[in-house]
Design a protein around this ligand. Structure first.
Ligand SMILES: Nc1ncnc2c1ncn2[C@@H]1O[C@H](COP(=O)(O)OP(=O)(O)OP(=O)(O)O)[C@@H](O)[C@H]1O
Length: 235
């Protein structure tokens, strides 16, 4: 029998020399200027940086929502940026969950339906999707909200529902863009505790772009984006 060393496990996500340039009518800017990084399984990683430094751009490229100008992103060993739009979208739906600052819940659907939505998009029957969504809601202690609509939720509740929706497919990777950006300290702590629980229960890897330094300090590792480059923080 071959004993696998923990160091033999490949990273869940690798960025290799990512460059991203935006071209405007008479000039261009280089937002990311050669980002190389590896993210290990089961970690909670923070990406911090000044406003406009490129955190969201990097997260979008990591999730296949945007393509780099050059360089590669490998998700579980597959070059995401080289996949066709169709294959990239399949990989996104199966392997990545997304959480946004303003949660992006669908206003005309109940909490339960919002959480079930990624499964319905995948083609699961409503009864099965509903059952799974109920299970997740119970697991994270939000079952009392299942019939409410997004306009009937507080900011913290909305964000926890968005977390539930991001993990319903049990993706190995969740990318979160300012997940606590519009929340007060107590709600922000609650959302982070939820991410920590999910990380422990399922081994989900989280990459969080944030301005919130106290949240970043609770993560396993902090990267700083500055002048298009990335460095590991020693804070
Ligand atoms: N689709 C786009 N087209 C052109 N320029 C863009 C686009 N998206 C972002 N930018 C520019 O790229 C730079 C980085 O933006 P990005 O949103 O990644 O920064 P950020 O660090 O996430 O900022 P914030 O913390 O304010 O959300 C900014 O100068 C922004 O204006």
């Amino acid at each position: 029998m071959v004993n696998k060393n923990i160091n033999d496990i490949p990273p869940i996500l690798c960025c290799s020399n990512i460059i991203k340039r935006y071209q405007y009518s008479n000039f261009s800017i280089t937002v990311l200027d050669g980002i190389t990084m590896s993210i290990e399984y089961n970690k909670i990683i923070a990406i911090i940086g000044a406003s406009g430094s490129g955190k969201s751009t990097l997260l979008h490229i990591m999730g296949g929502l945007d393509k780099p100008t050059s360089g590669d992103v490998f998700l579980e060993g597959r070059a995401l940026n080289k996949l066709s739009d169709k294959d990239c979208s399949i990989m996104r739906n199966t392997s990545i969950g997304f959480i946004y600052q303003f949660h992006h819940l669908l206003p005309d659907f109940s909490v339960l339906e919002n959480i079930a939505m990624p499964l319905l998009i995948k083609g699961l029957k409503f009864a099965i999707a509903k059952h799974k969504a109920q299970f997740i809601l119970e697991l994270i202690g939000l079952n009392n909200l299942c019939d409410r609509y997004p306009c009937e939720l507080s900011g913290g509740e909305s964000q926890r529902v968005a977390v539930a929706r991001a993990i319903i497919n049990n993706p190995p990777l969740v990318l979160a863009d300012e997940p606590t950006g519009n929340l007060d300290e107590s709600n922000s702590n609650n959302v982070f505790k939820l991410l920590e629980k999910i990380n422990l229960w399922y081994g989900t890897t989280f990459v969080i772009a944030t301005h919130d330094l106290s949240l970043a300090k609770k993560c396993h590792k902090i990267y700083i984006v500055s002048n298009g480059m990335l460095k590991i923080s020693t804070i």
